[in-house]
Design a protein around this ligand. Structure first.
Ligand SMILES: [Zn+2]
Ligand SMILES: [Zn+2]
Ligand SMILES: [Zn+2]
Ligand SMILES: [Zn+2]
Ligand SMILES: [Zn+2]
Ligand SMILES: [Zn+2]
Length: 295
């Protein structure tokens, strides 16, 4: 019998049960899972909630001409794929266009379209799916960026950084902010002295700060191991949960791209629900016979 919280995913033939507490690797994106998740203990098969909920078909702004299909195991003879965003080899979930041999890992597919790298650059950097020059050096680590890889870029300043460098910087500053915000919640806001940065922060985005404060409070009451998000997983989740209010401060073009993408995700989510219902009704068909669907 299936309990209410159990769920079925087309990539696995057993029901996935809610789990938490252990640090395990997600089968979908091969990064650590920290927050509560679903999995099959007998098969050591675990998925982030965000990976579990990735639509089976979606349109991604990096490949507007075709919809991408979620493939649990690469169908190439090498049993691996190269992510067109970061150039890394992957052997877990991918979002693929079979017609174009275009593949994204789940991490890159969920990257936010605009980011603030406050301590590194004064402007919002936007996700560029093509390198603006044939040779470009990362303005964070100083190393060359593969011209075929995506970058975070500020056009007016010709400032560009690796995806990983941006993510790492973002992670570090998010941690710092969370610490500050936890401090905030312990002090009466009317009495505390604001640092310059906090003041600026508040003026720029009062709403955002309040949201985050509420979140920080929420997190305080949760278990310690759930408090700190790390690694790629944190990044992916940040995009889906936390980055939305942040993008309100982004430049308009970044915002509209993002809204467009959100709309696309919503549309695909609807299709996904229908397909999921169909999957649940049918028996598992196995990895070997992964099918490509188009609509
Ligand atoms: Zn995952
Ligand atoms: Zn299983
Ligand atoms: Zn990638
Ligand atoms: Zn295509
Ligand atoms: Zn770099
Ligand atoms: Zn700039």
């Amino acid at each position: 019998m299936r309990t209410k919280q159990e769920t079925q995913h087309f990539s696995h033939h057993h029901a996935l049960v809610p789990l938490e507490g252990e640090e395990l690797n997600c089968y979908g994106c091969k990064t650590k899972i920290i927050e509560p998740f679903h999995g099959c203990i007998s098969c050591d098969y675990f998925l982030h909630e965000s990976c579990l909920k990735t639509p089976r078909f979606l349109r991604h702004p990096s490949h507007p001409q075709h919809s991408l299909t979620l493939i649990p195991t690469p169908t190439y003879s090498s049993r691996s794929f190269l992510c067109d965003a970061c150039g890394c080899e992957g052997n877990s979930f991918s979002l693929s266009c079979a017609e174009c041999d275009f593949d994204l890992d789940l991490y890159c597919a969920a990257l936010p379209t605009a980011l603030e790298l406050r301590e590194k650059h004064e402007h919002v950097v936007t996700l560029a799916f093509e390198s603006p020059h044939s040779i470009i050096c990362c303005d964070i680590c100083g190393k060359n960026i593969n011209p075929k890889s995506w970058i975070y870029y500020c056009e007016s300043c010709d400032f560009g950084v690796h995806l990983v460098c941006a993510a790492q910087h973002k992670r570090e500053s998010t941690k710092k902010n969370e610490k500050e915000k936890q401090k905030d919640t312990n002090v009466e806001s009317s009495q505390r002295d604001e640092t310059e940065e906090e003041k600026e922060d508040r003026e720029r985005s009062g709403n955002e700060k309040q949201n985050k404060k509420a979140k920080a409070k929420d997190k305080n009451s949760k278990k310690k191991n759930g408090k700190e998000k790390k690694g790629k997983a944190a990044k992916v989740e940040n995009f889906q949960r936390d980055d939305e209010p942040e993008e309100e401060t982004a430049e308009d073009h970044g915002k509209s791209v993002s809204q467009e993408y959100q709309k696309m995700l919503m549309r695909d989510m609807e299709n996904q629900l229908i397909l999921q219902a169909m999957d649940n009704a049918n028996d598992y068909i196995g990895y070997g016979s992964t099918k490509y669907y188009y609509y």
